[in-house]
Design a binder for this molecule. Structure first.
Ligand SMILES: NC(=O)c1ccc[n+]([C@@H]2O[C@H](COP(=O)([O-])OP(=O)(O)OC[C@H]3O[C@@H](n4cnc5c(N)ncnc54)[C@H](O)[C@@H]3O)[C@@H](O)[C@H]2O)c1
Length: 344
């Protein structure tokens, strides 16, 4: 018979976990209310240098995932408005075509096109990356924006937990597979991953697909995924940073979009009147796309055009490089891509 005493989930262990979870939840909400809302954006924007946004992106190629609406659409539109060639990666053809048409009309930029790709399908991600890299074109900006926050534990076509499939496996696969094109854009190539302030409340877990908890908690799975994205950017900075590619994660703030309206209804109704617009949420993504890599901090987490901490005091979310390496190797093998990292 297994003893409770000494088990990693013994009674004192559970209560400590419960207290820690409650502390993180309450402190995070308070911190978010002070920093992540629309009024906080307007306050931070007083220090923004608008000259930094006046960059001509003609000749630069950008891929934005999940860009038919919300923050992804606003980012793609802002890049197209500055003359960039923009590829919208969307899973739904009709919604994607509508978004492309909308951006072309609003910006007058004809170099905006659709790539149909479901980021939860490793096969579709591989097919897109092969199409792109075989063109031998450089890729200056990859925005990993597509995000899932499913409340139920559902599986992707590859049998991966859906949030993990979109937020981690899809991000890992597209970034690794587009690396030759990003390196071709060196020293300007960069990957901007839209993480979330939610990651503050999540330690780096080994239970990547939430298989070992009794009850599935979609919001915790989402927050864990967003923490993994920050760790992935640190890993990539070490491996590919010396090759002239930048890796930035960022938090858009609390933004009025479908993902929170649909998947976090009680949070949405609490903060609805304080939420940022999609353009405000996209602001730091666009800013990160426009600055020279040399003026940014590789591997950093950004919020409102400034480097932000990766951990909040007292949250006990710090981790070691060894833990990151082990996780990256696990993610690589779940994506069937470990051979890529090994060949670097
Ligand atoms: N809204 C917020 O307050 C907030 C806060 C922190 C982080 N974020 C992050 O911002 C990003 C954009 O979300 P949003 O707020 O604009 O919400 P949204 O729901 O408007 O946009 C999410 C986008 O991802 C796409 N997407 C989802 N699954 C996909 C898949 N399998 N393949 C391709 N595309 C897929 C959706 O179609 C949509 O275009 C997400 O990564 C989200 O986690 C949002």
């Amino acid at each position: 018979m297994r003893s409770r005493v000494g088990s990693s989930k013994s009674w004192p262990g559970w209560s400590l976990l419960f207290v820690m979870k409650a502390y993180r939840g309450i402190t995070f909400f308070t911190y978010g209310y002070l920093n992540f809302t629309r009024s906080a954006f307007l306050k931070h924007a007083k220090g923004f240098q608008e000259k930094e946004m006046e960059v001509d992106m003609t000749g630069r190629r950008c891929v934005v995932t999940g860009s038919n609406q919300g923050i992804g659409f606003a980012s793609a539109e802002a890049l197209a408005a500055r003359g960039a060639t923009v590829y919208l990666l969307c899973r739904n053809k009709e919604r994607g075509e509508k978004a492309v048409e909308n951006i072309r009309t609003k910006t007058g930029n004809p170099n905006v096109s659709l790539e149909v790709c479901d980021m939860s399908s490793l096969q579709q991600v591989k097919e897109f990356a092969t199409r792109y890299t075989s063109s031998e074109q450089p890729l200056h900006v990859l925005v990993n924006n597509a995000g899932a926050a499913e409340n139920d534990r559902i599986l992707s076509v590859d049998g991966l937990e859906k949030n993990f499939a979109v937020n981690v496996a899809g991000v890992y696969a597209i970034t690794e597979l587009l690396m030759p094109a990003l390196e071709r854009a060196s020293p300007d190539g960069r990957v901007i991953t839209v993480s979330s302030g939610g990651m503050y409340a999540a330690p780096l877990t080994e239970d990547l697909q939430y298989e070992h908890e009794k009850k599935f908690d979609g919001m915790l799975a989402y927050a864990n995924n967003k923490r993994v994205q920050v760790a992935l950017a640190e890993h990539w900075t070490e491996v590919y940073g010396p090759k002239g590619v930048g890796f930035y994660t960022m938090h858009p703030g609390w933004v009025d979009t479908e993902i929170i309206k649909r998947n976090m209804p009680s949070f949405y109704s609490t903060v609805q009147t304080s939420l940022r617009s999609s353009d405000q949420g996209a602001d730091t993504i666009v800013w990160l796309a426009l600055q020279p890599n040399s003026s940014l901090q590789n591997g950093a987490f950004y919020f409102d055009r400034a480097v932000a901490p990766k951990h909040l005091q007292g949250f006990r979310t710090e981790y070691t490089n060894e833990k990151v390496s082990a996780l990256v190797s696990k993610i690589g093998s779940l994506c069937g891509l470990n051979h890529i990292s090994k060949s670097q």
